[in-house]
Design a protein around this ligand. Structure first.
Ligand SMILES: Cc1ncc(CN)c(N)n1
Length: 232
């Protein structure tokens, strides 16, 4: 299947994310609280845009099943995933609403969000955007499964965050796989290349997003050579 090929190509990127500072800090249970604050500020806004992009895709569909599926996902992203964020806010020891109130689209999350919007506006078929969005659940599911398989997290304050992504992603991933595979079957090789690239680029965006939080990346406009304070 086409999506099996994508997932195989994504695995080294996911393994690299696993070994980066953010996930290693989660595994140890002592991740820097500023990294978590930064992540929550960025992710709250990212998920809002993710829900809005789903709504753009609804306009491209004609089947009620697909529309209902996306409506369910909008609800999950806006109301379900809060539980994972709440675990992190509890770890920081501050009120969630206070933490997120001054978030922004920091450079790496900005790039990721615009990658998804580009596809939603550029292509009539929703599959191109779905390929750019699928790493969002997929990468977290794979990270959580790797962590759970390799570590005993009892007593780790971030264990509920890991548990959340081990159990909640299966149905969604099956649906997205079917969707992309159906489209890929009748797509041209040129279109399949775009699908592949969209998926892999978003896996790299996932890595950059965690590293953004680990380094508390910000836009810098005042420096002589305006740049961002992040590598990778
Ligand atoms: C950036 C990002 N990627 C993925 C997820 C998991 N849905 C998330 N909350 N944020």
């Amino acid at each position: 299947m086409f999506t099996d090929e994508l997932k195989k190509q994504a695995d080294p990127i996911i393994e690299a994310i696993y070994n980066d500072d953010f996930i290693q800090g989660i595994i140890r249970g002592d991740i820097n609280k500023d990294a978590i604050r930064h992540y929550l500020k960025a992710d709250h806004l990212y998920l809002n845009e993710f829900a809005k992009i789903y709504s753009l895709l609804i306009a491209k569909l004609n089947d009620r099943e697909g529309i209902n599926f996306l409506l369910g996902q909008i609800d999950f992203v806006l109301n379900g995933e809060i539980a994972a964020h709440q675990t992190m806010a509890d770890y920081v020891g501050e009120d969630y609403d206070v933490i997120i109130k001054d978030g922004e689209w920091y450079p790496s999350s900005d790039h990721y969000i615009k990658h998804m919007y580009y596809n939603a506006f550029r292509y009539d078929d929703a599959s191109f955007t779905i390929c750019a969005m699928a790493p969002c659940p997929y990468v977290y599911q794979q990270l959580a499964l790797k962590i759970a398989a390799r570590h005993e997290l009892t007593g780790n304050p971030l264990k509920p965050w890991v548990d959340f992504y081990t159990v909640n992603m299966d149905e969604l991933m099956n649906h997205l796989d079917r969707w992309v595979n159906n489209f890929a079957e009748q797509a041209t090789e040129y279109e399949r290349d775009i699908l592949r690239r969209n998926f892999l680029e978003s896996c790299v965006h996932e890595r950059r997003f965690f590293n953004m939080a680990a380094r508390q990346e910000e836009w810098i406009f005042h420096a002589e050579n305006s740049t961002i304070n992040s590598g990778n």
